[in-house]
Each structure stands twice: as C-alpha cells, then as structure tokens.
Design a protein around this ligand. Structure first.
Ligand SMILES: [Zn+2]
Length: 399
C-alpha cells in the first residue's frame, strides 16, 4: 500500500468512536485480562523449556480459534511450538501482529514470583516481555469482533517461541507470514515514557579466539605463546573503532582464558557486541577488524573471528514506517494521549521483518519495562488505551 493510500485510508476511519469503544471494551474486561495474564505468567516458558511453551501456544490456539481465527500450532520437535492465527475480513489491508511467547527465566521462577499488583503496577515474570503484550493483541481483536468489525483484509498473528536466544528456528516462518503485508506491528512493550518504536539499530555478535602455546610460567616462559596477552592487545585494537561511524558502538562483554596462574595460557576468547545504524558500517568494521588481526604483538598466536548466526540488520525508519507512525499518532490523539515514535539501540524481531522490506512499527504493547529482571513491570492503566491504539491500527491499515 502506498503512503498516500495509507493516509487516505486513515482519514476514512470510523474513528474516534471505534477506538474509544475498543478502549472501553478492554477496560470493562480488565479483571479477566489480569486473570489470564496471571495464568500465563504462572507457566514457566523459558526458551529451552518446551513443555511450558507448548502449553502457552496451545492456550493461544484455543483463544484465537474462539475469536474466529484459523489457528494453527506450528509443531517443533526440539523447540517450543509456535502459534499462528489468521482471519479474513472485507477490507484490503493485510497486517501481521508479531509477538513471542518465550521468556528468559528458568523453570521455577513462575511459581516463585506470581503476578502481583501494587497500585497501578503489575509485576511478574513475562508480564511485559511479553505475555501481557500478546494478550493485549488478543483483546484488541476480541474488541473488534465484539463490534462485528471486519473491514480489514487479513489479520495475521504469529507468536514465536525463540525470540530471546540467538539460535532461531522461526526466521523462515516470520519471513513467510510477512509476505504481502501492508503493515507489521511488533508487540514489544511501549517504552517507559510511552514512545513506540519506528527504528532500531542493527546488532551483530562475535567471538574472537586466540590460540597460543602453553609453558611453565616459572621454568621456561620463553617457550610459551601467551594467548591472553595477544587477546588483550586485540581487544584494545577492536575497541578503538567504537564510534568511528555515527551510531556504531562496540562492547567486549565476556572474556575468558587460561587454566592456572603459573601456566602461560594457550587459549583465550572474548565476545563482542556491535550495534550500528547502517549495515555497511558493520561490514566496514569487520573488514578493519580483520586487518587489525594481522597486527599482532605475539605473532605466533593464531586468531580466529567467529560471527554469531543471529545477526540483525537495522530497522531503518523508512517512509512506510513513518506513515504507520503518523497513523498511530492520529489514533492516539483521538484516544486523548500523544505518542512519539523513537529510535532505540535494542534489537527485536522488528529488525527481521523490516529487513524483509515491510513497513513496521514496534512497541505496540502496553507500557512497561525492566525486562529480564525481577522488577519487570507493566503499567495497568496503559492496557486499555494501548490495546485501543493497536485495534485502531488494525482498522486503519486493514481498511
Ligand atoms: Zn526479552
């Protein structure tokens, strides 16, 4: 869909009554929402815990089927199952809602930290990253169905079970279900200040391995080739490119090596995180790193640079993303709040879908934060308005 037709479609919307009705619907059913959220967060679903993930996929399957979606469980033998649902309407626009059902927490955390509410804040493992966000999408669709609103072309809803790790089985599925979509809405949380996300840096991860030669550090150190020493030299060389291109950052995050203090170490390795605004910056940095690897202090130490498979291209704020962001801002205004679209250094599955060439927005869940920590939270009063924002986007782009 062109930007002009986006704008045209959005001006034909039955707003604001539609979005205020969605908001009222979700607000009215908030107690049930919290009950479902508590249930989902009580299921351990770390990425490597298949029984929990399968249970959540099954829950979404039956929930989506009850809403009238064609629901499918994508069975994975070695990984948690994924969920996919689709429904057709009378409109033209095709939309993908993209979420994930895995968390970073080990088995036992769900029982140890059940969902609890303090004032306007809901705490619990996965409340905002992102069981609550997935639930909000279901409620947005449920609200539209309760009004018999079907003026969208197609709503697709994919929840993968492997977002939190680098070993991805779902890339192909994401690519496949993105095909032909006019807008993709990624269900990560809105940022703590309420911003949605229109751009993300790319991310790439590396391990630099140094192979030396060991020797007794007291008796004949001259026979050794110290892998730690060479690696330390390389860390400083690699890090010297931090910031050499606008927005490019480098972080050596893990380092290890050696076996005993009196042994010249024959092995050491360090892992780097690189973030970048443009893929070309990443490519140029890798090129320079490889040249630097030829400049060694201890020439007999062999160096090896391994690139992790889960590289993510940047989510560039394209014209398409901007058009979606403008529609979101218009809908938010109709709901009585304003929303900014921001750029972030963190990666999500929005990086993938936008690298497939689709217009996308992220941060369409409720407001929350402190993901991956015991303080992970969701702002309760943001549930209904943000579900209404999402519902409005489904209507606007779907039309
Ligand atoms: Zn996460």
């Amino acid at each position: 869909m062109s930007i002009q037709s986006f704008v045209a479609a959005s001006s034909l919307l039955p707003m604001p009554s539609l979005v205020t009705s969605i908001k009222a619907y979700v607000q009215q059913h908030l107690a049930r929402y919290i009950e479902e959220l508590s249930y989902l967060c009580a299921i351990d679903s770390g990425t490597y815990y298949k029984p929990g993930l399968d249970e959540i996929a099954l829950y979404l399957f039956s929930r989506a089927r009850d809403l009238g979606m064609d629901a499918t469980i994508i069975e994975n033998e070695n990984w948690g199952n994924d969920f996919y649902g689709a429904m057709h309407g009378s409109g033209k626009g095709k939309i993908l809602l993209l979420g994930h059902i895995d968390t970073v927490y080990p088995v036992g955390v769900a029982a140890a930290r059940p969902v609890r509410i303090e004032g306007d804040t809901i705490y619990g493992p996965g409340v905002i990253d992102m069981k609550g966000c997935v639930l909000s999408a279901l409620y947005a669709i449920e609200a539209l169905m309760s009004m018999n609103y079907r003026s969208f072309g197609e709503i697709r809803f994919l929840c993968v079970s492997d977002e939190e790790i680098s070993d991805r089985h779902s890339k192909e599925t994401m690519q496949k279900v993105s095909e032909g979509c006019d807008g993709i809405f990624v269900l990560e949380a809105a940022r703590a200040n309420g911003d949605i996300v229109s751009a993300r840096k790319g991310g790439s991860w590396y391990t630099l391995k140094a192979h030396g030669h060991s020797a007794h550090a007291g008796v004949e150190p001259e026979k050794g080739r110290n892998a730690i020493l060479e690696l330390a030299h390389q860390v400083l060389q690699f890090q010297s490119l931090n910031g050499w291109r606008h927005g490019l950052s480098i972080n050596p995050g893990i380092i290890s090596g050696g076996t005993a203090v009196n042994v010249v170490p024959d092995y050491a390795e360090v892992s780097f995180d690189m973030r970048f605004l443009n893929t070309i910056d990443k490519i140029e940095t890798e090129k320079l790193w490889r040249q630097m690897m030829e400049v060694r202090r201890i020439v007999d130490v062999k160096l090896e640079l391994e690139i992790q498979p889960d590289n993510r291209d940047p989510m560039v704020c394209t014209e398409g993303n901007l058009a979606l962001a403008r529609i979101a801002q218009q809908i938010a205004n109709e709901l009585g709040f304003s929303v900014n679209h921001a750029f972030t250094g963190g990666v999500s599955d929005a990086n993938y879908v936008s690298s497939f060439g689709h217009a996308a927005l992220d941060g369409l869940g409720p407001i929350g934060g402190l993901d991956h920590s015991p303080d992970e939270y969701m702002v309760m009063s943001s549930i209904a308005p943000r579900a209404a924002l999402l519902g409005g986007l489904l209507a606007a782009v779907g039309a």
